[in-house]
Structure formats: C-alpha cells, structure tokens
Write a protein that binds this ligand. Sequence first.
Ligand code: PMV
Length: 318
Amino acid sequence: MASRSTSPGKIILFGEHAVVYGRPALAIPVTQVHADVEVSDSSRAGIWIQAPDVNLHAELNTLPSDHPIASVIHNFLFLWRVSPFPNLEIKISSTIPVASGLGSGAAVTVALTRALASHLDHPMTDEQVNAFAYEIEKLHHGTPSGIDNTVVTYAKPVYFIKGQPIEIFKVGAPFTIVIGDTGISAPTKESVGDVRKLWEADKTKWESVFDKVGRIANKAKEAIESDSTTLESDSLLSNTLGELMNENHALLQEMTVSSPELDRLVSAARNEGAMGAKLSGGGRGGNMIALVEPERAEEVSSALMAAGAKRTLITMVS
Ligand code: PMV
C-alpha cells in the first residue's frame, strides 16, 4: 500500500530578511500549488526516487549525500535508525515553482518526511516534522529563519519569530492577494548572505531598518486580525495593509534585495489599482505580491503578465 502526503506552497506577507535577525514576519500557505509525495514498497532492491519535475530518476545511493531529496531520506533513516534500508519507490511531484520564494524546498521536505513517517510506521507530530524540516533547510540555505518549514508544516497563517513558539494568526476579514512570478530563479542563500554583509558592515544602521520592518509586521498582524466590525470599513483595513506592503517593499529595496523585474511588477500592480505591493521571499527574482480588491484581481493579474510576469496566482487569505 502506498503512503501519500501533500504540502502547500507559501508566501511571506511581511518581514522577510528582518526575520533572520529576530524580527517578526507573517506568512501564509498557498494551497493552489503543492508538493505531493507517494512512498510504496518496491519489488526491486534499493530506494528509487522518481521526481520528473526535476528530471530525477535514481537510486538513493547514486545521489550525492547533499542532494536536497537524498538528504531528507538519509536523515530520516538515520533519525529513526532504520536498518536495513527498506526497498522503496518514492514518487515526488510539485506544482510549486522552484527557487521563487514559494517554499518549494520546504514543501517537498515536509511531504516527503510525512510520507516516509507514515509508510515506515514512525509517527511524527507536527512539531517533530517542523524541527526535522528546519534541520534540512539549514543544510541547504545557510542561516534560514525557519519560517518556510513552519508555515508549510502547519499549513496555517503564521506569525513567526525565530526561536519562539509558533503563533497561528487569525484573519478577521478575508482579503485577496495576486502573486506575480518574475520567472527568475534566485537562490535565497545569496540574498540572505548579501544582507548579512551589509549588516556586518554597519550593524547600527541595519538593526534600525530591521526594527522598522518588525513594526510593519506587527501593525499588519493587528490589521489582519481585526475584523471589519472594529474598523470603519473593509477598505480601511485594505488601505492600511496596502500601505504597509509599500513601506515594507521600500525597506527591502534598501536592503538591495529587490530587482528591476520585481520593481516593474510592483509598479504595474500599483498602477492597476492594487492597494499595495511588495516583493515576497528572498528577492532578486522569484515572486511579488499585491493586495487587491477581489473584483480587481483579474485586471491586476493581466497587468502583471503585460509587465513581464511568467505566471500569476490569485489567492484568498481567510
Ligand atoms: O525565498 P523564501 O521564500 O524561501 O524566503 C526566505 C525568507 C528570508 O527571510 C529571506 C530568509 C529566511 O530564512 O527567513
């Protein structure tokens, strides 16, 4: 019998990069895209991995041990002291664009971990899956904050502060986000490394920039959690959030993690009536997000395509 698991993509709404330095960030799952893993017993010897999206058809031991998929399997087998190795077929597919800030790596790790846990009968709590996925993220991404694995594991909107217990935030009034993909794959490790160089060269300056980002994330959480009855109107909520997105984007530009392509998409969204827009994730490429009135979502999405986006997604946060 096969064991299956699926994990959503994610986007960061507020606070990327500053979150690495202990400031809060907000992230949400994006269920329109997902990673799916199926583990079953194999009649042939070995652990066979099929991941057609990344053109991978191989036996585990033929892969370098730092290969992202192989490292999940090796670490899982080591964690649970599985010996001898079972004969398995592992099928991995994902609709989450790679290296674009949508959490594809974390989603594959979490789905693969859960499918292995279920198939090999080593039940894992969400906390255990999250801690395991964080160790894997650290192998590949240098000094990640842990926000990706956390939002993907819990598949809920998360208010995240590195090293603190996770907090799920509630959404008072649903809102609509358009995600625009530059199509440029940009390794998060590099932008995180560049921000670290800036910080090392002038800690006072960058600590204060990160503080500003942290305040934006906290204000955004407050706005998102308040329902429309405590605000004059839904549009007040949206305007506040939109303005906070714009402020956050300006600070990310200051951190040098935006790019001409991202800025072009951010401007196109704002010009088409989005209430705010910013890059999302590591930056330099990958995705941007725009807050829109639901009835403007299609127009903003078309404007993003016209401005060079490779694809767009419309997602409702509720
Ligand atoms: O590029 P993404 O979506 O994986 O986001 C990375 C978020 C950063 O804050 C830039 C890094 C981190 O580890 O939190």
